[in-house]
Design a binder for this molecule. Structure first.
Ligand code: CU
Length: 377
């Protein structure tokens, strides 16, 4: 069987399978917002107009070919520069275009109107996660892929929301206008939630705006829609829409939790963790946050992500090591983790890097050491 034949067979099998058709409908989703329904309706209207144009044009064409063919003895008309025809084929498409541009522009303007928002959330993409910051509350956090490595590498059965689940979803209230300010820390990402009809590029150094007003409480899923590097397929978006009262309750709980965590950190500064404790915690935190690039065995990916095993920084000056982990290195994929990870995680990861894979510096790094490098945090 040739490659072409097998790809035909494959697509036939895919489309013949109803379950697949239901999971991957061919049409746009109607979504759960007024805008998404407008977009859907607009899409359908334009689609039907295209169908009618197609039917009319091909109809006339085939009818002419059939009834005016040479074998029937029809003599071709012989004319040049028919003003009548030229006016017709300019005027009709013009009218059709205006008829399509009118509803399209109306919907576009509505999509761009981010004024009078009840709530503003800044959405920042980075390789490979999203960060959400609520402007009206003391609340910001990262949202990371929650699908386990075992599922990804087929060691366990894949769950229903495979690659579409995160540890901390974005939560918004229903019935309120939520404005999103979308930007990026590194390369171009794109924040996409089909059911809100939002797909906006996240560009470093720029802020794009979008908004939504969700009618129905629920969980809505999306993905990064701009190829942004190795783990582009591993930065899903999950948004939970809650009734306003529940949302308010959720916000105050989260603010409280964040405050508690800060207090814990203050306590942590005063005490020392044991070397074994640091190594055990460090291994876990390293694998969760750093191994995507530097690899679980610390050997990195040559030419792209440096090895930490035997690296001059990881076995050399401790200050330089803490600094690059906390503050990152601008202009490279190495972002600062000071904002994203707690002091405990940072201290443990740095200890782990200095003692794993044959890096045997013997250093045990404590939270109090790490905080010295958190400038301007
Ligand atoms: Cu991305």
């Amino acid at each position: 069987m040739t490659a072409k034949q097998s790809s035909w067979l494959l697509s036939a099998a895919v489309f013949a399978n109803n379950a697949v058709a239901e999971e991957m409908p061919l049409n746009l989703t109607k979504g759960v917002t007024e805008i998404s329904r407008n977009v859907y309706d607009l899409h359908m209207i334009i689609f039907y107009i295209c169908c009618v144009i197609g039917a009319v044009v091909f109809g006339i064409m085939f009818w002419s070919m059939l009834y005016h063919r040479k074998s029937k003895g029809v003599a071709p008309a012989n004319f040049h520069e028919s003003t009548k025809v030229e006016i017709l084929w300019t005027a009709i498409p013009f009218v059709i275009l205006i008829a399509m541009a009118f509803p399209a522009t109306k919907t576009l303007i509505a999509m761009e109107d981010t004024s009078k928002a009840d709530l503003t959330v800044q959405v920042t993409g980075s390789q490979w996660k999203w960060h959400y910051k609520y402007f009206d509350h003391e609340l910001e956090y990262y949202s990371l892929l929650a699908t386990t490595k075992d599922e990804i590498y087929d060691k366990r059965e894949k769950s229903v929301n495979y690659l579409l689940e995160v540890d901390r979803p974005l939560v918004i209230p229903t019935g309120q206008k939520v404005r999103f300010l979308i930007t990026s820390d590194d390369v171009i990402h794109s924040w996409w939630v089909p059911e809100f009809a939002i797909k906006k590029d996240a560009n470093p150094g720029f802020i794009n705006e979008a908004w939504t007003r969700v009618d129905v409480p629920g969980i809505y899923r999306g993905q990064c829609a701009e190829l942004c590097g190795k783990d582009h397929g591993f930065m899903p978006v999950v948004v939970i829409a809650k009734e306003p009262a529940e949302f308010d309750k959720w916000v105050s709980e989260q603010v409280e939790i964040a405050k508690k965590a800060k207090e814990e950190e203050q306590k942590l500064l005063a005490m020392n963790m044991s070397f074994d404790e640091l190594m055990a915690h460090g291994e876990k935190a390293y694998n969760a946050n750093c191994a995507a690039c530097h690899q679980p065995n610390g050997q990195g990916i040559p030419g792209v992500f440096p090895a930490l095993k035997g690296s001059a920084i990881a076995i050399g000056d401790l200050g330089a090591h803490i600094d690059i982990v906390v503050n990152g290195k601008p202009g490279t994929a190495m972002q600062g983790y000071g904002k994203q990870l707690g002091l405990k995680d940072l201290a443990a990861i740095i200890t782990y890097e200095r003692n794993a894979w044959g890096n045997s510096t013997g250093d045990a790094v404590q939270a109090a050491e790490v905080i010295k490098y958190m400038s301007g945090q």
